[in-house]
Design a binder for this molecule. Structure first.
Ligand code: SF4
Length: 268
């Protein structure tokens, strides 16, 4: 198997996996979305809420506010179910407080954390609007969780793959230049002097087949390479995409180890 990184940003990575298969690539996708631990606000104690927003809606907004959850920041924190405490403790949770008075908009940056490393990823997420003399006061507890339990614990906003596109031309017929202009992504370009259609950026092809449908003489065919994939991971900023991928692979590796152990008879 070969892996080639095509682009990398703080919150997005695109890479190509060659010589793999759908079950394997899909297992990575599912593990990245569902089984990578991330922090999110789980319990909210609303002491005062004079705003027009219902308590439940406010609590939901807080839960969906992305919190810094990179591996270094959450080092030492354990998932709630694995903690010995009865409710919440400093080993399995981080507390926040919020106390503001209107008029004005209360933003994510107004949440005060008990851990300087754990805070909202973005400062400018509007939480609630307060009118003159309206007040809000609350306590919130964030804990580690998994995307399989609630979307707020899902570190990825995009986690998807597609098979590597394959565009071929029928050399036995004349080029149908019109089909190039039907590509909505501008991937095909007619070159009448060379009597060919050029493919400009095949990795951007969505395999929509608009070009194939527009072609009158079957000049162009669009398919995909069975064992090569373009994989994209985009996060909500709580974790770098590379860490999501690493953690997903760790999860898969641990499950595989369990099966190997079981197969050896260790649990029988
Ligand atoms: S399949 Fe769609 S995206 Fe790909 S080249 Fe044809 S028209 Fe463009």
């Amino acid at each position: 198997m070969e892996i080639e990184v095509k682009s990398k940003k703080d919150d997005e990575i695109i890479f190509i996996i060659r010589d793999a298969n759908v079950p394997f690539v899909n297992a990575i996708r599912r593990a990245a979305m569902m089984s990578v631990p991330k922090l999110a606000i789980e319990d909210v104690n609303i002491i005062k809420n004079d705003s027009a927003m219902f308590d439940e809606v406010l609590a939901h907004r807080l839960g969906l506010t992305p919190l810094v959850s990179d591996l270094k920041s959450i080092e030492g924190l354990v998932v709630g179910d694995d903690c010995d405490c009865d409710d919440y403790c400093s080993s399995c949770s981080v507390s926040f407080t919020l106390k503001e008075k209107g008029p004005g908009v209360v933003y994510s940056k107004d949440l005060v954390s008990s851990d300087p490393n754990i805070k909202p990823v973005y400062d400018t997420i509007p939480l609630v609007k307060l009118k003159e003399n309206q007040e809000i006061e609350l306590e919130a507890v964030a804990k580690l969780g998994f995307g399989k339990d609630h979307a707020k614990w899902m570190p990825t906003t995009v986690c998807a793959y597609k098979q590597y596109p394959k565009i071929t031309f029928n050399k036995d017929v004349d080029p149908d230049y019109d089909c190039a202009s039907k590509c909505p992504r501008g991937i095909l370009k007619s070159d009448k002097r060379s009597k060919i259609i050029k493919v400009l950026d095949i990795e951007n092809c969505s395999m929509c087949k608009s070009c194939v449908r527009a072609c009158v003489n079957d000049y162009i065919q669009v398919g995909y390479e069975e064992n090569n994939f373009i994989f994209k991971i985009e996060t909500d900023g709580s974790m770098p995409p590379k860490e999501v991928l690493l953690k997903a692979c760790d999860v898969l590796s641990a499950k595989t180890d369990d099966i190997i152990e079981f197969s050896k008879g260790g649990n029988q």
